[in-house]
Write a protein that binds this ligand. Sequence first.
Ligand SMILES: Cc1ncc(COP(=O)(O)O)c(C=O)c1O
Length: 404
Amino acid sequence: MNPGFARLAAYPFERLAQLKHDLVPPPSLPHIPLSIGEPRHAPPAFVVQRLRESLGELGSYPATRGLPELRAAGSAWMQRRFGLPAGTVDAEANVLPVNGTREALFAFVQAVVDARRAGPAPLVVMPNPGYQVYEGAALLAGAEPWYLNTTAQNGFLPDLDAVPAAVWDRCQLLFLCSPANPVGTVMPVDYLRRALELAERHDFVIASDECYADLYDDESAPPPSLLNAAVAAGNRELRRCMSFHSLSKRSSLPGLRSGLVAGDAALIEPFLLYRTYHGCAMPVPTQMASIAAWDDDAHVAANRALYRDKYDRVLPILQPVVKVARPAGGFYLWLPVDGDDAAFTAGLFAAQHITVVPGSFLARESGGCNPGAGYVRISLVATGDECVQAAHRIREFILSWKKS
Ligand SMILES: Cc1ncc(COP(=O)(O)O)c(C=O)c1O
């Protein structure tokens, strides 16, 4: 078997289930799960309708490249959303459908990493804390993960210039995530340009996970894509760039399993070949529903407003007792807990019947510390009223935690 299996870490939710196993919360309080990053707003009815209408298409094999209409809708959305110069994301050359970003992020690493090259194992560099799939994908591709700590000291933006040149020389792929899960930071264009300069100098590819790109706080400042940075640097071929997008968060459609990748034609082409062998074409009804979703921005603005409203209601309850920041993007709160995050999570569940994720479960020991330690991640995915109720209970727990 692939030796990488032995090194795969338990998923944070398995560790969380163990942590909660023997705890008995007060039966009078209904459970409010705020641990999983699964959107729970209603899926747009017109997308579900299009899916139903397209079920007759199940009789034929879909093409891995997807329908031309889907690639056209994806490229039009990229152009519109990121204000890219006309023709930057060509529907034939620069875009492919994927079955959600998770499988695409994983598959891309398998396609890009060359572990057979002579010398030490290649590195895949990634944010820490970060999405665990980056790490598992690197290990199964025969690469070593290298962690970029994301901390309050660096303003929750990993310090690219603190990485030794020898690490960049071994790096074959850099993962970025903006807006970031779990910390909520948005990477500015200049930061993305710096990453691209390093990629050019040290010969590596950048995978920019932008699956939260449409969930942001400031309506006048939507988060940029890595592709904006490429264009700003005069890199019109989008060399070394791949951006990953999803309908899961944008359109509250995590069950549809639909997203897209957009970037360098010289990466798209071999990735398409890889995917053809892998066998991960998107079913045609899913493609039809996805076209409807990418074509419409009004439901996304409404979705964003729902999250904004939750931050507006929850933060005034929490901020008097804890220094928690309003994130620039995503739907999480990265809450400092002043103590052991696993003990806080267990205590909160036992006392208030609320589930959050210990930050240390989302990060790795690196550079002498676990940068997730001392934080918990709260997903504001429940209804507004439930989130408010949860905020009151979390506040009560924080006050008792501080006294203890
Ligand atoms: C940072 C990040 N990337 C990727 C994903 C995967 O999303 P999907 O496969 O639904 O597009 C998630 C889901 O929670 C995530 O948080």
